[in-house]
Design a binder for this molecule. Structure first.
Ligand code: SF4
Length: 166
């Protein structure tokens, strides 16, 4: 079987809402509509680690970016960012396309658009150093599978279908 050689990087909780701070989970497991849309185009999904889970586990409370921004958490995010960039380089060096990176809007750790989360600050800075340009997107703050997430899914599908024409 020919592989697509296309990979998308996603924040951990897009595939697993079980790591989200308890009151903020928006699905039982994955965001099914987002994952289905990606699978329909034969794109591999590379899941980033969840830094907040690693740092404070499942019983953590909702916290702001300022509260998370300690030396220890920054180091954890820097380490994850370094590891992620080396994984990305391995794909790129072997002729794979990284079609994008999807974060979680308004997360103190994984937000890409607007105020960046701590992991994404570290990751985007390293990507810039390495001259790696990616299509960046965030799952909107009010996203839910189904009718409420329809607009985001439409945008995502439009983006994915254009990739296949390249
Ligand atoms: S830290 Fe990132 S991956 Fe983990 S729950 Fe928050 S937004 Fe999702």
């Amino acid at each position: 079987m020919e592989r697509s050689k296309k990979v998308i990087f996603v924040s951990h909780c897009i595939l697993n809402q079980n790591t989200v701070v308890p009151p903020l989970a928006r699905a039982k497991g994955p965001y099914r509509d987002i994952i289905d849309a990606i699978l329909d185009y034969g794109i591999g999904i590379h899941q980033l680690p969840c830094p907040e889970y690693r740092h404070l586990g499942l019983k953590r409370k909702p916290m702001t970016k300022e509260e998370y921004d300690t030396e220890e958490f920054r180091k954890l995010c820097k380490d994850i960012a370094r590891d992620t960039v080396s994984i990305m380089k391995e794909y790129l060096d072997n002729g794979y396309d990284i079609v994008g990176l999807i974060g979680i809007n308004d997360s103190p750790t994984c937000s890409i658009m607007g105020t960046k989360g701590i992991l994404m600050e570290e990751l985007l800075a390293l990507l810039e150093e390495e001259n790696i340009e990616l299509n960046l997107q965030d799952v909107p703050i009010d996203y839910y599978d189904g009718e409420e997430g329809k607009e985001f899914i439409h945008r995502l599908k439009e983006f994915l279908s254009n990739l296949n024409k390249i």
